[in-house]
Design a protein around this ligand. Sequence first.
Ligand code: GLN
Length: 242
Amino acid sequence: MKLHIAHLYPELLNIYGDKGNVTAFLKRCLWRDIQAEITEINPGDQIDPELYDFYFIGGGQDAQQIAVADELQIQKETLHQAANNGAVFLAICGGYQLLGHYYKPHNGDKLAGISILDAYTVAGNTRYIGNVTVNINIPHSNLNTLVGFENHSGLTYLQGDTKPLGTVKVGNGNNGSDKTEGAVYKNVFGTYLHGSLLPKNPHFTDYLIKLALEKKYGKIQLSELPDDIELLAHKNAVNKKY
Ligand code: GLN
């Protein structure tokens, strides 16, 4: 078995260790003897929507988002095709905002997103910075939390068939008011959680790997990995007193 990973625009969107997400995804495949390969996609590169099983896009500041927003418009049809075919996407913060309809910064024009997620984002007056714990229901997992770190002023609102990834227990999440965090539509996931997210949420990483493998190869049972250190980090974050 082999998974092809597309890391979208790593030179523009890659803050708070976002790159660790693709590393965690890759390593947890390789440790199980599942082949995996990362391709970095930069502006101007063609994307083959039939090739990639997992797309990752990280976060960044408004200036980098502007550059990426323009490029995403060029890739819009291709990425829709991939998402509609069931490819797995993980988008963090600035990248997450651009998978929705638009991001309206404080100053300047709306940045058009690619509308894979039925969501929109407007800059608020508060910057949400800090640790986040999210309650989430991951199939076949006995861990029902995600931990990460948020830093955004954008307020994201979900609509239609795009559903929240989870419920905020600590922190602000999508907009600081409705307790939702992140978004899911088909196999497309968006979240405000930097961290890196996947290394300290190994159950979520495995869920994404399983989705990507099952899309390609049918029903899969992933082997267990020794996750003592990862789970120590996860539980330490969950049990932190604020
Ligand atoms: N510019 C966006 C915001 O502040 C995204 C920030 C980020 O990706 N960390 O809302």
